[in-house]
Design a protein around this ligand. Structure first.
Ligand code: ARG
Length: 446
């Protein structure tokens, strides 16, 4: 039972948060006259020395003391004697663990937010270099219309921006201080809950003691946000893998982020990208584990909830590792812009522009679409691109076509024409980069 019941092997990593929470609790107990100032000081000194020794690896947790809370309390009593036993006055491990996980997750969320901003910064730096570099835009993974590499990278940036905003939004529900909820029904001691919240830099206290000790929404919400983030990274990873293939040849990863094959000497595998794609599955699993863990639990605390940490920690660790790798992987990648531009010129990615040209000259768009369809078919039969047709051939498809058609078909012009907000025209993309930079700066300064 001891082995089965103990969670120290997992929750021991929250020791710093546990001690921070206990220090705030002890200060408040003294402020309220529940313990004396001498007792408080003894407790604070004891806790500080335990934090120090744990940091140095000089103390070892034991399964006999079950979890991080009891281990630290045991150390404290060993060090300062009977006074150590007063720390837990007006507190339960149920509100204590709720606080620890919130403190821990807030620290980690802040780290992740900084990583997300660093990745956003890297994307913008790359985008700036490729505003005029054409690449094919795809739908159904078939060449559709020309875009620029910068525009594509800015699409990634938007996904990331939403991830950041979701992390930020989840903070509102995370930053609520649960101490004072006791085991489930609060306490008769005259605690100052807000003082503890202020000391721990929480803007609010939880509003219902039963809910406070049984709520793990914040952990689930983090995993949901993390799952969406990982879903995004997996999509980028998939594109990186495709682009690194010989068939695409759009980019080459730095050797540091690729590996060879043990049998095929020519291979350079995009392992880092594949692992990011694969690890998204772990995080979805963590989300599902937490949802399933909490499903059907009656109020208030149930020991099932001790199982929350492994999944949450795994999600946090995985997201952090993936962000740590993807940023330098992108920063060191080489883009074969020549090949991308050539790919943008093929595959009739300017066909829509020809249809638009005819529509602008008064032909109903549906008819224009049909005319261009015929011209494309003709080109495929002759092995030509649209811009290689002669003016007289063009005229045989539609008398509306004039000499200005060649400029219309130039892919760079196709790009430049798409001037609407949100579009890929170089000017618009430069505006978008500027807006994104300002947003990053504002996020970073908060
Ligand atoms: N180790 C426990 C957890 O992580 C702490 C709370 C235990 N509370 C209790 N009444 N057994 O959930």
């Amino acid at each position: 039972m001891e082995d089965f019941n103990a969670s120290i092997a997992v929750d021991g990593r929250m020791y710093e948060q546990d001690i921070r929470g206990s220090m705030a609790h002890a200060r408040m107990l003294a402020q309220q006259g529940i313990i004396t100032e001498q007792e408080r000081d003894l407790i604070l000194e004891g806790l500080a020395s335990i934090a120090h020794d744990l940091g140095q690896g000089k103390l070892e947790f034991t399964a006999a003391a079950e979890d991080v809370h009891m281990n630290i309390e045991t150390f404290l009593t060993q060090r300062i004697g009977e006074t150590g036993k007063k720390l837990h006055t007006a507190r339960s491990r149920n509100d204590q663990v709720a606080l620890d996980v919130r403190l821990w997750l807030r620290d980690e969320t802040n780290d992740i937010k900084a990583q997300v901003l660093a990745l956003g910064e890297a994307l913008l730096t790359l985008a700036e270099q490729h505003v005029n570099d054409l690449m094919p835009g795809y739908t159904h993974l078939q060449k559709a219309q020309p875009v620029s590499l910068a525009h594509h990278l800015l699409a990634w940036f938007e996904m990331l921006r939403r991830d950041y905003e979701r992390l930020q939004d989840a903070m509102k529900r995370l930053e609520m201080m649960p101490l004072g909820s006791g085991a489930l029904a609060g306490t008769g001691f005259p605690l100052d809950r807000m003082a503890v919240a202020i000391e721990l830099d929480f803007p609010a206290i939880t509003r219902n003691s039963l809910d406070a000790v049984s709520d793990r929404d914040f952990a689930i919400e983090f995993c949901a946000v993390a799952s969406i983030l990982m879903m995004h990274l997996s999509r980028w990873a998939e594109e990186i893998i495709l682009w690194s293939s010989d068939e695409f040849g759009f980019m080459e990863l730095d050797d540091a982020f690729a590996t060879g094959s043990s049998i095929m000497p020519q291979k350079k595998n995009p392992d880092a990208a594949e692992l990011i794609r694969g690890k998204s599955g772990r995080v979805y699993g963590d989300l599902l584990a937490l949802l399933t863990l909490m499903k059907g639990l009656p109020l208030a605390y149930n020991k099932d909830m001790q199982e929350d940490k492994e999944a949450l920690f795994d999600a946090v660790d995985t997201v952090k590792k993936c962000l740590l790798v993807i940023t330098p992987m992108l920063q060191t990648a080489r883009f074969n812009t020549e090949r991308m531009a050539n790919a943008a010129r093929g595959g009739f990615s300017n066909a829509t522009d020809l249809a638009d040209y005819l529509a602008a000259k008064g032909l109903p768009f549906r008819d224009a679409h049909e005319v261009v369809g015929k011209a494309v078919r003709h080109c495929i039969e002759k092995g030509l691109t649209l811009e290689e047709l002669s003016l007289s051939t063009f005229k045989s498809f539609s008398p509306l076509i004039g000499g200005d058609v060649f400029e219309t078909l130039d892919v760079m012009q196709c790009l430049a024409r798409r001037q609407l907000p949100g579009g890929p025209a170089p000017g618009r993309v430069r505006d978008a980069i500027e807006e994104a930079r300002a947003w990053l700066k504002e996020c970073g300064s908060k």
